[in-house]
Design a protein around this ligand. Structure first.
Ligand code: KG4
Ligand code: ZN
Length: 415
């Protein structure tokens, strides 16, 4: 079983040269006038969740349907791309009809179809894009290509009044990004991960610790299982972790060192208790808590430098808002810590409701709606790009600024 990132890379390389980019032909070229009654159908299939939703111009969710594959992939010990693709294929038609049915609409009543085209797993992206193209042709509806990470960053605006520009921390199973969101289609990339994403390492750690053998954690995603297990830790400090990239004065992230440190701690405890087969170390809650704390402190450290950089360059004008999104943003320990950091600098910190932090069709429909409302050019080629970056990178400018920033200890912050 491959990690999310690795199998994305392998598969994407393999299939990219085939005729996927022929999808880039323009479909129905038109402009759509905006009103509160405007309706957008959103389709998301970038990884292992099939999400469909209908959203109107007032930002009301008229209908939605989602099929999460998490339980199945947890059972098999990681995402299997072929299973992910086949489940998208099996479910997409039913879910689109379910979302339309809830909204009491047919495809004819929809003004546009928004679909995730990048980044993500190629074989998964293809299912959604092909289906959206089919609907677009059949019903003569415009198709709006959507960047998955832009949609994660913007969905919070459907639930909170957040003006541009704002700072966004996007933490998920595939990404770890710090961006300044200047406008709907204008992003500045301050930092990204140099190796793994936080969701990826949380999933690995949960798997290696065999948390799925604990009944009440068995159906949860790795990150959620670690958060739950950490809640019952007695808070001992037997597990120490290094702070990644402590000497690099930038906003990049690295999680592989934390994963290695975790493996060492686990090996020591497994040998101490002579753990065999499906058994779990007795200190699993403390190890989960210590790992979660280490991940949080690293995220806080880089986010604090991003705040300092934005202040120095007056990037946020007077809008001191931070939006946290992506699946890992569901984590209350991490989110509460960022909220506390926000208080230190007088920033408000927002996130979407948990079911809209993880992948969903609503964020895709909403992004399409925001593009229509703001008259963005929506007649773009519908081009699949599995490895698309987000925005204009100013990572080197952040490095050059050489901003000193001390590591915050999360226990002190939350006190
Ligand atoms: O955004 P998402 O649904 O999919 C990607 O685009 O990657 O994020 C999925 C990731 C998984 O790695 C999962 O373990 C993590 O989000 N996640 C959590 C929590 N709930 C989901 N991580 C930490 N704490 C949680 N409560
Ligand atoms: Zn995502």
């Amino acid at each position: 079983m491959l990690s999310r990132k690795l199998f994305c890379k392998v598969l994407n390389k393999y299939v990219c040269n085939q005729d996927v980019h022929s999808i880039s032909k323009r479909l129905v070229s038109t402009s759509i006038s905006f009103s509160p009654q405007t309706c957008v159908l959103g389709i998301e299939t970038s990884c292992d969740d099939t999400g469909c939703a209908v959203v109107n111009g007032d930002g009301i969710i008229l209908g939605e349907a989602i099929c999460s594959q998490t339980k199945l992939h947890v059972k098999f010990g990681g995402i299997n791309p072929i299973i992910a693709r086949d489940l998208h294929k099996d479910n997409i038609d039913r879910l689109v009809n379910e979302a339309l049915g809830c909204a009491n609409k047919g495809v004819d009543d929809i003004d546009a179809i928004a679909v995730t085209v990048k980044p993500g797993l190629l074989v998964s992206l293809e299912v959604g894009v092909k289906y959206a193209k089919y609907l677009s042709r059949k019903y003569n509806k415009p198709l709006i290509p959507i960047h998955h990470m832009e949609a994660h960053a913007l969905i919070a605006r459907m639930f909170h009044k957040i003006k541009f520009p704002f700072l966004s921390l996007l933490i998920s199973g595939g990404h770890c990004l710090l961006v300044v969101v200047k406008d709907i289609d204008d992003f500045l990339l301050l930092g990204t991960t140099v190796d793994n994403s936080p969701g990826e390492v949380l999933d690995k750690v949960a798997r290696r610790m065999k948390l799925k053998n604990i009944e009440e954690l068995s159906k949860l995603s790795g990150g959620r299982a670690i958060e739950e297990a950490a809640k019952t830790s007695c808070g001992t400090h037997i597990f120490q972790f290094p702070v990644p990239l402590v000497r690099d004065r930038d906003c990049n992230f690295s999680f592989s060192g934390l994963n290695e440190a975790f493996l060492k701690h686990l090996a020591v405890k497994e040998s101490e208790h002579q753990i065999a087969g499906d058994e779990i170390i007795p200190e699993y809650e403390d190890l989960c808590a210590a790992f979660q704390t280490a991940v949080t402190e690293h995220i806080l450290h880089r986010t604090e430098r991003a705040i300092l950089f934005c202040q120095k360059n007056n990037f946020l004008n007077d809008g001191f808002n931070i939006v946290v999104s992506g699946g890992v943003a569901c984590n209350n320990f991490i989110f509460n810590s960022i909220e506390k950091l926000g208080i230190k600098y007088n920033y408000s910190v927002y996130r979407p409701p948990p079911q809209y932090c993880t992948d969903n069709g609503v964020m895709i429909a909403w992004n399409g709606m925001e593009k229509i409302r703001n008259k963005c050019d929506i007649n773009l080629p519908v081009e699949i790009d599995p490895n698309a970056p987000l925005g204009e990178s100013i990572i080197n400018d952040v490095k050059k600024a050489n901003l000193k920033c001390r590591v915050i200890r999360v226990n002190k912050l939350l006190r």
